[in-house]
Design a binder for this molecule. Structure first.
Ligand SMILES: Nc1nc2c(ncn2[C@@H]2O[C@H](COP(=O)(O)OP(=O)(O)OP(=O)(O)O)[C@@H](O)[C@H]2O)c(=O)[nH]1
Ligand SMILES: [Mg+2]
Length: 533
C-alpha cells in the first residue's frame, strides 16, 4: 500500500512558545541540520548576512519578531517534514492557534533562563485539550539558566505532565559545552562557530572517556555525574505511549543560536513523534487511509511573493491522496472546484506539487471563494469543524487620508480581511464610511497599516475607538428587537461581516451588566451558530 507508506513518512509539527524564546532561530537550525538550507540565517541579520527563512515578511525582518506563521516542507532521513514556525506574541495568537489544528505534534521552546512563560502556558493548554504530543526544547543554555532539575520540576508542577529528560546539559551559561544523551549514554561536546551559520563541530564519547573528561572542569564533571545518577535512580524509561498520549514530554537541552543539541532534538523528535492520526469529525473518525481525499483550510495569506501578488490558501491534507487537477467538493458553497494551482511551500518560496498525502500542507493559489475553516473533499460526507474562533479585544477606525488612493485602500483592506486576522464591523445607525476594525490585539492594526502601504501603496491613519468588548446577540434577533434594546452608556450596536448584530461595550463591566439585566438578549463572546465569512 503506497498511501500507508507515504503516511508513515510524514511528520507535521509546529514550534510554539512565548515571544522571543527562540522559535524562529531554532526553526532555521532545524533546516540547517535537515539539509534544507546550507547556511543558517539570523533573525537579526545585518549586512552580508542571510535572514531566516521563516521570518520572510519585511515587517518581521525590521522588527525581529514573527508576525505570521510559516510553512516549511523538506525531506530528511526518509521523512517528509512539514514544519510550522509560529508567532509568539499574543496579538498574533489567532494564527498560532489555527496552526495547532493542522499539526500532529509540537516542539515547545522554553527560554531556560526564564522557565515557563504566560503565552507558553496558554498554548500548552490548547495542545493538551487537543491531545497533541509535546516535545520540549530548553533553549538558550549558552546563557545563565535556571537549574535543570528545577526546570523539569516546573514542567511537571505547572503543566501537570511528566517530563522525561532525553539529554542533560553539561555546564551552564558561558561554560555550556554540550549535552549528555541519556538514551545512548553518550556525551556530545560542541564548539561554537561564528554566527552559528554552520553546523557546530562535535566530539562524541562516553562520560568517562579521558578526552571528553579532559575537556570538562572538575566542578562540571562532578555536578553532571551527580545529576545523572539521580535521574537514573528514579528509574524512569522513555515511554513512547505516554508521549503519544500527551502525558509525558521528552525534554531536550541546547542552544539554538549556537546549534548545540539541534541534531539530537531533530533526530529524537522524528523517531518518537507520530505520523498523521485519524481526524475527528462530528464524533466519527476519518482515518488518513480513508479512500476519499479530504483536507481543510487553516490559513490564508495574500502577497507572499511580490512578483505574483496573489493569495494562497493553506490546506492540511487529512485523508486520501491529493492529485493536482483533481475536482473536489467545497461543502460551504456546494460547488465543485478543480484544484490546479497546488504548491508545496518553503517560507515564501513555492513549487508546483502534483501529489500530496495526509500530513502534507499544500498551498492553493487563487480560489477567492475559499475561506478559513473550509473543507475540501471528494467525499460528500466529510466536513471538518476545526478552526477555533477568537473574540476581538481591540477596536479602531482606519481612515484613508488620500482620496486618490481610495481604490488601493479598499482592495488592500478587502484582501487582508480575507486572511481572517482582522474583522470589520459596521456601526448601526451610522452613515460614516470609515471602516471600524476589530482584532485580537492592537499589533494587528499596525501590521494592516504597514501592509496596506507596502503591498498596495495605500497610506492609512488609525483612530482609537472607545470600545474594548464585543458581544454577539442571539441568532433569532431581528431588526425590531434591536430597535427596542436599551444599551448601557457608551455601548453601540453594529454588524459583523456576516450582517450579524453585535454590541460594542466600553468595558467588561458594562457587558456583564447588560447580560444580567437583559437575560433574553444575553449576548455571547462568539457568533455561535452563525456564518461570519
Ligand atoms: N543567547 C541565545 N539567544 C538566542 C538563542 N536562540 C535565540 N536567541 C535570540 O533570542 C531572540 C529571539 O529569537 P527568535 O528566534 O526570533 O525568537 P522567536 O521565539 O521566534 O520570537 P517570536 O517569533 O517573535 O515570538 C533573538 O535575538 C535571538 O538571536 C540561544 O540559543 N541563545
Ligand atoms: Mg519567531
Amino acid at each position: 500500500m503506497q498511501i500507508a507508506k507515504e503516511i508513515q513518512k510524514r511528520r507535521t509539527f509546529a514550534i510554539i512558545s512565548h515571544p522571543d524564546a527562540g522559535k524562529t532561530t531554532l526553526t532555521e537550525k532545524l533546516l540547517l541540520y535537515g539539509g534544507a538550507v546550507q547556511l543558517a540565517g539570523s533573525v537579526t541579520a545585518r549586512k552580508h548576512q542571510r535572514a531566516t527563512t521563516s521570518d520572510w515578511m519585511e515587517l518581521e525582518r525590521k522588527r525581529g519578531i514573527s508576525i505570521s506563521s510559516t510553512v516549511l516542507q523538506f525531506d530528511y532521513d526518509g521523512y517528509r517534514i512539514n514544519l510550522l514556525d509560529t508567532p509568539g506574541h499574543k496579538d498574533f495568537s489567532e494564527d498560532t492557534y489555527r496552526v495547532l489544528t493542522a499539526v500532529d505534534a509540537v516542539v515547545m521552546v522554553i527560554d531556560a533562563g526564564k522557565g515557563i512563560e504566560a503565552q507558553t502556558l496558554k498554548l500548552f493548554e490548547v495542545c493538551r485539550q487537543r491531545g497533541v504530543p509535546i516535545f520540549t526544547f530548553m533553549n538558550k543554555c549558552d546563557r545563565p539558566t535556571r537549574e535543570p532539575l528545577a526546570l523539569l520540576d516546573e514542567l511537571e508542577r505547572v503543566l501537570g505532565i511528566g517530563a522525561f529528560p532525553v539529554n542533560w546539559p553539561i555546564g551552564n551559561g558561558s561554560e555550556f559545552q554540550g549535552v549528555y544523551d541519556r538514551l545512548t549514554r553518550q556525551v556530545w561536546l560542541f564548539e561554537r562557530t561564528a554566527g552559528g551559520q554552520f553546523r557546530a563541530p562535535v566530539s562524541i564519547g562516553s562520560l568517562n572517556d579521558p578526552v571528553i573528561r579532559g575537556r570538562l572542569s572538575g566542578g562540571t564533571f562532578a555536578k553532571v555525574s551527580e545529576e545523572l545518577a539521580m535521574l537514573d535512580s528514579a528509574g524512569e524509561i522513555f515511554d513512547d505511549a505516554a508521549v503519544l498520549a500527551g502525558k509525558t514530554t521528552p525534554v531536550f537541552f541546547g542552544s539554538g543560536i549556537n546549534n548545540f543539541g539541534v541534531q539530537l532534538l531533530l533526530d529524537g523528535f522524528l523517531k518518537h513523534s507520530p505520523p498523521p492520526k485519524p481526524r475527528l469529525m462530528a464524533g466519527a473518525q476519518i482515518s488518513p487511509e480513508h479512500a476519499g481525499f479530504s483536507g481543510f483550510i487553516f490559513k490564508i495569506q495574500a502577497n507572499m511573493d511580490p512578483k505574483h501578488r496573489d493569495r494562497i490558501a493553506f490546506v492540511r491534507v487529512c485523508s486520501g491522496k491529493f492529485e493536482r487537477d483533481m475536482t473536489v467538493i467545497h461543502p460551504r458553497t456546494e460547488k465543485k472546484v478543480r484544484l490546479s494551482s497546488s504548491h508545496k511551500l518553503f517560507g515564501n518560496e513555492r513549487e508546483v506539487v502534483n501529489e500530496a498525502y495526509p500530513g502534507d500542507i499544500i498551498g492553493l493559489v487563487g480560489h477567492y471563494d475559499f475561506g478559513i475553516g473550509d473543507t475540501l473533499t471528494t467525499d460528500r460526507n466529510i466536513s471538518y469543524k476545526e478552526i477555533p474562533r477568537f473574540t476581538p479585544e481591540a477596536f479602531a477606525y482606519l481612515h484613508n487620508p488620500n482620496t486618490a488612493k481610495f481604490k488601493q485602500f479598499r482592495t488592500g483592506l478587502d484582501q487582508l480581511l480575507q486572511e481572517g486576522v482582522i474583522q470589520v464591523l459596521q456601526l448601526r445607525d451610522s452613515t460614516a464610511k470609515v471602516p471600524l476594525l476589530a482584532a485580537v490585539g492592537p499589533l494587528q492594526f499596525e501590521v494592516v497599516q504597514y501592509r496596506l502601504e507596502s503591498e498596495y501603496g495605500a497610506p492609512s491613519r488609525l483612530e482609537a475607538a472607545p470600545w474594548t468588548v464585543v458581544r454577539w446577540l442571539p441568532a433569532q434577533f431581528t431588526e425590531p428587537d434591536l430597535d427596542v434594546l436599551s444599551l448601557p452608556t457608551g455601548a453601540r450596536l453594529a454588524y459583523d461581516m456576516g450582517q450579524n448584530p453585535v454590541i460594542l461595550f466600553a468595558n467588561e463591566w458594562s457587558a456583564n451588566y447588560f447580560s444580567q439585566t437583559n437575560p433574553k438578549a444575553a449576548p455571547s463572546s462568539l457568533p455561535i451558530g452563525r456564518l461570519t465569512n
